[in-house]
Design a protein around this ligand. Structure first.
Ligand SMILES: C[S@@+](CC[C@H](N)C(=O)[O-])C[C@H]1O[C@@H](n2cnc3c(N)ncnc32)[C@H](O)[C@@H]1O
Length: 286
């Protein structure tokens, strides 16, 4: 039986929950390690406690139930408005995915489960001995998987949110990849300026994993890419659109580079008719 139907049947037994609101119950929920996170419609939020009480009865494997009333927002891409409803109150968890361990506090840090395939595919594209820069590293979403392949010579993982950065450092230890990943705290655009000044660090591959597409950071990425290097760029566009590649290429051409599209992957649906897309671009000095 479907979740919503089961929840409706259980809640009907609760006289405090108005019957005319039963249709507004959610169809599903996000689950992280037996912790359910509910997005409730505003009309039924005052009954969140009653909903959680019924929900754990129909899903006994759950350890905790939380409610999310906000979005993932701000320059640090932090989840907003998470409130505990039932069960274990601990919000720091370790998720194991594709043999990589990610430790984080889900009330402070985003973890997009829908990006699981991308987290698996990206490391498979790495070539032996590459120097990689992960410009928007977060807790190590992409860096950890790439490092675990043991192929890169070095990954510089840059993050400017201190909470994420501290988890990135912990996750590097947890996954035993400290000989490959060097975590760097700060604004990637400033850090890359230092890379240029020192004239030492150049990357064969640069990961630009941020939504919406970090257009303003393209010149910084180009300033440290090797001739023939690959830049992995993310954004939101239509199913068959070439907008992201054109946007990137326009700036790259102005900066004196030629661009070749190697691959385009749809990560997930973002909203109707719009998709979270990843493109891999080979850049060559013109
Ligand atoms: C949340 S991750 C996105 C990871 C991945 N694309 C995903 O959805 O799973 C993006 C990270 O970039 C960081 N960030 C944003 N702008 C930055 C900047 N200018 N310099 C360094 N880090 C930045 C944010 O703090 C955030 O942790």
């Amino acid at each position: 039986m479907k979740f919503k139907k089961m929840l409706k049947i259980e809640l009907k037994k609760n006289e405090d929950f108005p019957e005319n609101l039963l249709d507004l119950l959610p169809r599903g929920y996000q689950e992280l390690n037996h912790i359910a996170i509910l997005n409730l419609k505003p009309e039924i939020r005052i009954y969140a406690q009653e909903i959680a009480e019924s929900m754990h009865k129909i899903l006994p494997a759950l350890n905790a139930i939380w409610q999310r009333t906000g979005k993932i927002e701000g320059k640090y891409r932090q989840p907003q408005g998470l409130a505990h409803l039932w069960g274990d109150k601990k919000s720091e968890i370790i998720i194991t995915e594709n043999h990589v361990k990610y430790k984080f506090d889900f009330t402070k840090i985003m973890f997009a489960k829908g990006n699981v395939t991308e987290r698996r595919i990206l490391p498979t594209r790495i070539k032996e001995g590459e120097i990689i820069i992960d410009m928007f590293a977060g807790i190590g979403y992409f860096s950890l998987g790439m490092a675990r392949t043991k192929k890169p010579k070095k990954i510089y993982s840059i993050e400017w949110n201190l909470v994420s950065f501290n988890y990135l450092c912990e996750n590097i230890q947890l996954n035993h990849v400290d000989s490959i990943i060097t975590p760097i705290f700060g604004d990637c655009k400033e850090i890359l300026k230092d890379f240029v000044k020192e004239n030492e660090i150049r990357a064969d591959r640069i990961i630009m994993g941020l939504l919406p597409a970090p257009i303003d950071a393209i010149p910084s990425a180009l300033s440290v890419i090797t001739d023939g290097g690959v830049i992995v760029y993310e954004g939101i566009e239509g199913k068959e659109s070439t907008e992201l590649f054109e946007q990137f290429s326009k700036i790259a051409n102005q900066e004196g580079f030629l661009t070749i599209l190697i691959e385009r992957r749809i990560v997930k649906i973002y909203k109707p008719h719009l998709y979270h897309v990843v493109i891999e671009i080979l850049v060559k000095k013109n």
